[in-house]
Ligand binder design. Structure first.
Ligand SMILES: Cc1ncc(C[n+]2csc(CCOP(=O)(O)OP(=O)(O)O)c2C)c(N)n1
Ligand code: SF4
Ligand SMILES: [Mg+2]
Length: 300
């Protein structure tokens, strides 16, 4: 059943308490509150080194209101696999094991253990929240950084196409793969719940705005995420291994048609990370966006 705005307002339990350390306008914290809040009584969370290790708070004031295991960067899916197996042995298969980590671990440093867990069909859900950089350590380029983005390690603009992690997970036989956006939380929470209803390895990448690293206004956080979808930069879809079909999600349907898309410059102009972007870089960004869409079209 689709999740509605009303359901979001009634998120059963607060998973993220007052006093968390996330920046104002953090899309990851927003998504966390609704997704993890919707299953707060039945989740065990695994967090690789990331902003989430920090924004959970520390000491007596810890803001994560769910059982959480913090792991080394590359180990999260291995740790989650162990927990999932142990819970099954104890007869507690009702507990959902969720990895909540960034793009730095999911696209780069942790991808080996992630693919390993996928290959073994471990019963876990990996949520990759993507701010397109190593945010926690100062905003270095990750494998998921977009063309043209100025990061601390690509001050003149990133030149490499983004690594398309959802397609990597499809190719590695995940049970369920989806993309989501912090601007469309009903869609995200619906996919999150669907993923958790399935056995095996599930993967969701969620696009989240990150005001300090995207150098944008906190108040523009949701607007920028929405434009990410409307410009076609971030197509929302789900894929199920049983059908091998991609289903475009409602917010993205219209934007498969290039002529319907909002110009990319409406999205770049709100973000300091694209200040100084050239016509050539915009062209390359559009080409890379179309590369994603062409991949999706093969499965429609
Ligand atoms: C093996 C290893 N390399 C580097 C680090 C330092 N480190 C901690 S968090 C982090 C950035 C994580 O980036 P990402 O996964 O994208 O999450 P974000 O910080 O953006 O939320 C880095 C480089 C580390 N903890 N371990
Ligand atoms: S740096 Fe970005 S991802 Fe990290 S807490 Fe701040 S807004 Fe969120
Ligand atoms: Mg990141």
């Amino acid at each position: 059943m689709p999740v509605t705005q009303k359901d979001l307002m009634k998120t059963p339990k607060k998973a993220l308490l007052k006093g968390h350390f996330a920046c104002a306008g953090c899309g990851s914290a927003l998504a966390f509150r609704h997704a993890i809040g919707s299953i707060a009584d039945e989740v065990i969370l695994v967090v690789p080194a990331s902003c989430a290790s920090v924004y959970q708070g520390s000491g007596k004031g810890v803001a994560f209101n769910v059982p959480t295991v913090n792991t080394a960067f590359a180990a999260s899916d291995a740790v989650a696999s162990g927990i999932s197996r142990a819970m099954k042995k104890k007869g507690k298969s009702n507990l959902k094991v969720v990895v909540w980590g960034g793009d730095g671990s999911a696209a780069d440093i942790g991808i080996a253990t992630e693919i390993g867990a996928c290959d073994r069909q471990e019963n876990i859900l990996h949520v990759m929240y993507s701010n397109n950089v190593y945010g926690n350590t100062g905003g270095q380029r990750s494998g998921d950084t977009m063309i043209g983005a100025r990061t601390t390690t690509t001050p003149e603009g990133n030149t490499t196409p983004r690594k398309m992690v959802p397609f990597i997970m499809m190719a590695n036989n995940a049970r369920y793969v989806a993309t989501a956006s912090a601007a469309y939380l009903e869609d995200f929470v619906g996919k999150f719940k669907k993923a958790l209803s399935l056995d095996g390895f599930k993967f969701i990448q969620i696009d989240i705005s990150c005001p300090p690293n995207w150098r944008c206004e906190s108040a523009h956080s949701v607007k920028i995420s929405r434009l990410g979808v409307q410009t076609g930069i971030w197509p929302l879809f789900e894929w199920d291994r049983m059908t091998n079909n991609v289903v475009l999600s409602t917010p993205s349907k219209k934007y498969e048609v290039v002529e319907n898309r909002v110009p990319i410059t409406e999205w770049t102009s709100l973000q300091g990370r694209f200040r100084g972007i050239t016509e050539e870089e915009i062209k390359a960004l559009k080409t890379d966006t179309e590369r994603q869409w062409n991949f999706i079209r093969k499965f429609l």
